[in-house]
Design a protein around this ligand. Structure first.
Ligand code: FE2
Length: 186
């Protein structure tokens, strides 16, 4: 990684670790994107770590978060991706990132739930592994806030089943199995 980008990434990780409730999920993305896609360039690594950044920012006045009816609700996921792209863009511009890098990171982040080319598919695969590794407990805890066991099971299935590469699926399998086992033990 270019030295300038290493500094940017460190600053981003530091900020996320202080401000984002899924910090473990985001910080683990640096490792998983490199495992899933060893050719990952600086933009892909930064996008992987930043992809859910918007959740650290409360809604501004007049901003409406679309209702998420299904886990894979396209309107919600588009809103979430674009909102994250907006926040990482400001962060990068405020830290004098290269404009080409900013454009690429924005595009990857905006589409992180949709796949597409090789890099976006790798990003989505890494997201699934890191989600199953780090966020499962948080989702199981959300049973207390009105989600049903079936809904949480469904979320874990979606995250696992959307994985494209055999390698990523193999890596995710034990986290998926652990998550389902915990859920079924409730
Ligand atoms: Fe994520």
């Amino acid at each position: 990684m270019e030295q300038k980008n290493t500094i940017l990434l460190e600053k981003l990780k530091d900020w996320l670790s202080k401000n984002h409730k899924s910090k473990d999920h985001l910080l683990a993305m640096e490792k998983w994107i490199k495992v899933v896609y060893p050719l990952a360039d600086d933009a892909l690594i930064i996008a992987a770590v930043a992809h859910d950044i918007e959740r650290a920012f409360p809604l501004e006045e007049g901003e409406v978060k679309p209702e998420r009816i299904e886990w894979d609700d396209k309107t919600y996921l588009t809103w979430h991706g674009q909102r994250s792209a907006r926040f990482i863009e400001s962060f990068l511009l405020n830290n004098d990132a290269d404009p080409k890098l900013v454009e690429k990171v924005k595009n990857l982040v905006a589409n992180h739930d949709f796949g597409g080319d090789e890099e976006k598919i790798a990003l989505r695969d890494a997201d699934s592994i890191s989600f199953l590794e780090n966020n499962a407990d948080m989702y199981i805890d959300s049973l207390e806030t009105g989600k049903t066991i079936e809904q949480i099971h469904d979320k874990f299935d979606i995250m696992y089943n959307r994985i494209s590469s055999a390698k990523a699926r193999e890596l995710a399998k034990r986290y998926y199995n652990d998550a389902i086992q915990k859920l079924e033990a409730i």
